[in-house]
Design a protein around this ligand. Sequence first.
Ligand code: FE
Length: 179
Amino acid sequence: MNRARASLALSAALALLAGCNAHDSTPTTMKTSAPPPTQPTAAVAKTDDEWRAQLTPEQYQVLRKAGTERPFGKVYEEFKQQGGGTYFCAGCGAELFSSDHKFDSHCGWPSFYDPANAKNVRTLEDHSFGSVRIEVRCAVCDGHLGHVFKGEGFKTPTDQRYCINGVALKFVPKEKAKP
Ligand code: FE
């Protein structure tokens, strides 16, 4: 098993371990409404009750409880078929990723090789499950997005894989060019 495959297998196993209630939840599709959400101008802080009221149960579990959605789910299939556009935080609407940087890592979760707007993404060490991983969070609302893995051998400009839960994202397609 090469390094990339081993890493993918490990992340899948860890995701299953961290699966929380994702398996029991009704899959939540990415919203594709337009126009893009208004960008927050300051840190977004809400009470637990407010987050519960705003988010679906699966989004709440991922964004606020660092859960992991089931791999290869409906949201992942939607992600693979989405064209050009921008991915915003499903919690606060901050711009996070661009379709320009998505790639198919075959890992079962939306993957990007570079954040579109680095100031809205922050990383920190995650020591859960006996390993050290780099967690990715929204810098505006501190919502958990996923993890980033480096040096796996993907033929992308950064060889980084931002492995992101699809339910934590809101996709807004690019406006069709006017004739
Ligand atoms: Fe956010």
